[in-house]
Design a protein around this ligand. Structure first.
Ligand SMILES: [Zn+2]
Length: 397
């Protein structure tokens, strides 16, 4: 099959087009694979998701290219026109515009990083509202801020963006960025011209006509990745949407903290300090309560069974260690409820008791999973509070 004419190469701002159907192949009962003589739908490639839109009113869910032929996956029924008919196609205009803003923005960033630091863009992903790029060298936040400033100066300068196929002779004379070693049919994308040439890169994707169309380039968070960095970025309408969401969140948090937006971090730090102080007060109160509980425990020749409210392991252990000497047999400390079970520590009042000997009986009586040493057992009991209490009341040696 002859290669599909790539209308997006000729005019990246062509969103509506007409073309002749060359073939229609059913994929399943409501999905067709459609080949046209020409298309404005950019297929998936080079890290960029395919364009979406409609063909003859039916939605295009995927676009792929094989050997120069572009295949449109169309959700359609039997009323879809046959080969030989002319159809109208419409791209999701704003989705495409956002992709071009992000992709051209990525070229600007990659060009600056290459020019200043000599790093290469080794990975690029452009989904919907999600852009990542990877460089083979480490950059700091300060450097990224400088790169971002320079990138937005290039946006503000409204430099022309040109895409073209140079002849092999011209290509041989050009310096450009490229993922692969290319020799023929190379599409070049240039940002700026003459003295203001900011970047030249081999790329098959549609781009803005002018850097001013990008609107804004924002580098978001970054991580160290495979010896370099992976940067999240957003441009244009995606960046605006992201800013709007963050502004809304900041405004909401500031209102909830009753501080001005510019004082949000200080307000949050104050709240956290208050929480820490409250935690200390609660800790001190718990210790007091624990001491009072221990002081009020009667001495017994039998066993002791205690239920601890907080489930804090340190508090449970302290209770066990200080309560055990007040009894002669077992001392158990439990935390939980009848629905989800009880976590427990079990010790002994008499140091001559080897708890390991009783572990099996205890596990059976409390429907428990657990184990431990001669001195202490721990685990989870799957029985009720009443049954636990009854076991300790009736335990004897
Ligand atoms: Zn590109």
């Amino acid at each position: 099959m002859t290669a599909t004419r790539r209308l997006f190469d000729e005019n990246s701002h062509l969103f509506d087009f007409t073309a002749k159907i060359l073939s229609v192949t059913p994929i399943d009962e409501d999905t067709l694979s459609v080949v046209l003589d020409a298309t404005a739908f950019f297929p998936e490639g080079g890290g960029q998701a395919p364009d979406t839109g409609v063909l003859c009113g039916f939605s295009v869910s995927d676009v792929q290219e094989h050997d120069g032929v572009i295949y449109h996956t169309v959700k359609a029924d039997a009323s879809f026109p046959a080969a030989g008919c002319t159809v109208e196609g419409q791209l999701d205009r704003e989705v495409r515009l956002r992709k071009m803003q992000n992709h051209s923005g990525e070229h600007i960033i990659s060009g600056i990083v290459h020019r200043i630091y000599g790093y290469t863009n080794v990975g690029f992903h452009l989904g919907n509202g999600d852009v990542t790029l990877d460089f083979d060298g480490v950059l700091t936040r300060e450097q990224l801020n400088e790169i971002e400033d320079e990138a937005n100066r290039i946006v503000a300068a409204s430099l022309p963006v040109k895409a073209y196929y140079p002849s092999p002779e011209v290509l041989a004379t050009l310096a450009y960025r490229a993922k692969l070693e290319l020799t023929e049919n190379v599409r070049m994308v240039e940002i700026g011209q003459g003295e203001d040439m900011m970047d030249r890169c081999a790329c098959c994707a549609p781009h803005v006509d002018n850097t001013g169309e990008i609107g804004l380039i924002k580098l978001l968070d970054f991580i160290h990745y495979k010896g370099g960095v992976r940067i999240h970025m957003l441009c244009g309408l995606d960046a605006l949407e992201d800013y709007r969401q963050r502004y809304t969140d900041v405004a909401l948090l500031a209102a909830r903290l009753s501080v001005k937006q510019q004082d949000l971090v200080a307000g949050f730090d104050r709240l956290q300090a208050e929480i820490e102080a409250q935690k200390q007060i609660i800790f001190d109160l718990r210790q007091t309560l624990l001491s009072m509980t221990l002081a009020s425990l009667p001495e017994t020749d039998g066993s002791l069974c205690l239920f601890e409210e907080t489930g804090d392991a340190n508090a449970m252990r302290r209770l066990l260690n200080e309560a055990a000497p007040k009894c002669k047999l077992l001392c158990g400390v439990f935390h939980g409820d009848d629905q989800s079970g009880y976590r427990y520590f079990i010790g002994r009042g008499d140091p001559s008791i080897d708890l390991k000997q009783y572990a099996k009986d205890i596990n059976a009586a409390l429907n428990a999973k657990g184990g431990g040493s001669s001195e202490m057992l721990q685990g989870r009991a799957g029985t009720t509070k009443a049954q636990i209490q009854a076991f300790f009341d009736t335990f004897y040696i």
